[in-house]
Design a protein around this ligand. Sequence first.
Ligand code: EPU
Length: 419
Amino acid sequence: MYKLVIQGGRPLKGTIRASGSKNSSLPILFASILADGPLTLSNTPHLGDISTTIRLLMDMGAKFILESNSALFIDSSELTNLVADYNLVKTMRASILALGPMLAKYGEAKVSLPGGCAIGSRPINFHLKALRELGAKIEVKNGYIYAKAEKLTGKNIYFDQVTVTSTENIVMAATLASGTTIIHNAAQEPEVSELCNCLNKMGAKISGIGTSIIKITGVKNLTGVSYSVCPDRIEIGTYLVAAAITQGSITIKNTMPQSLLSTLDKLTEAGAEISTTKDSITLDMKGKRPKAVNIETGAHPDFPTDMQAQFTALNAIADGHCSITENIFENRFMHVPELVRMGANLTIEGNTIVCKGVKSLTGAHLIASDLRASASLVLAGLVAEGTTKIDRVYHLDRGYETIEEKLKLLGAQIERVQD
Ligand code: EPU
């Protein structure tokens, strides 16, 4: 087991390059099931969840090559085993994204139900309801979803709640359905748009991309393409908070600033000076302590739940009082007790954290619980006095490519050590 050991108190300075987006790469990898040829993907990050997806696809019969220029070549055009097995699905909930494409291409799928999750119960009822509306017969038994459909048929789909992977699953299923599907209350997250753009390149007919009404007209087949995945807005946001919390100044290249507007607004409100170019973001705290900022998470373009834990760390040492309200997941406060152990003054009241900023935190031995909670502990460790040790860093490795290398490049004192 590895742990991260951080000596806090150094302002981050310098330039790094953002990695490709995890949550864009995952649905696009699953979209390879729909194609009649291989997909060549560049700018995909080297992460635990990407490896799990590739293993899952290979388990179903996909062929995979990591090309010398670090592009991924994945040929899922002739699957031989239409089963997403529990042993892989249990480690990554996004495996549910195999369901829509398998059903659309092969007319059947058996996908393990994802198990429990640290951030909430995360049911999959919206995925199943919408697929049934497209004509799928679905049975859930023995921990598996058994789905069959001779032919999916386009319909009007209304989601009761904005849901990212359900929108992605239905978009993928609808690309090969007969007729037109219109998704109402669709997720507008940039990762959904990325998937739609890639599918259109593969020959799909999708319009309304980036809006709450997505229209998909089914086509007979999709082809393999080359596609470059967009930068990871949550990774970028996390490093920007790392600079803000340490009163530093950094530039991140390979970004898409327009995908992070709510995060950049909150950082500006916290006192950061931010400038952007077409593909880079520079943040300078001018050596000042951040100011407390109220946070309320929501579906895009509102403030992302995936940045809530990082802003909790920032607010913990900010000047002033604030509230942080989590509206997407019911249990996404696992970082709070650990931050309190470092001296933060945080109280949970329902789905809100009441935060009274303290001048400093002290290093402690901490346990990482889920991906973004772990990131918030790293951020707290970077600003804390003394040494912070974080156990269970495998959570971080699911979503942050070479995190300690990037932080070291920015001047942080951080090491990965084995027990
Ligand atoms: N929901 C249901 N039923 C469903 C689907 C969702 O009740 O069938 C609820 C969820 O429980 C939640 C809300 O709807 O309360 C929204 O969940 P959503 O479906 O949007 O989440 P997701 O698609 O499972 C993706 C990201 C998450 C990110 C959320 C919200 C991927 C692979 N995962 O999850 O990313 O937090 O959208 O933006 O894209 C992360 O990267 O750390 C992460 C958790």
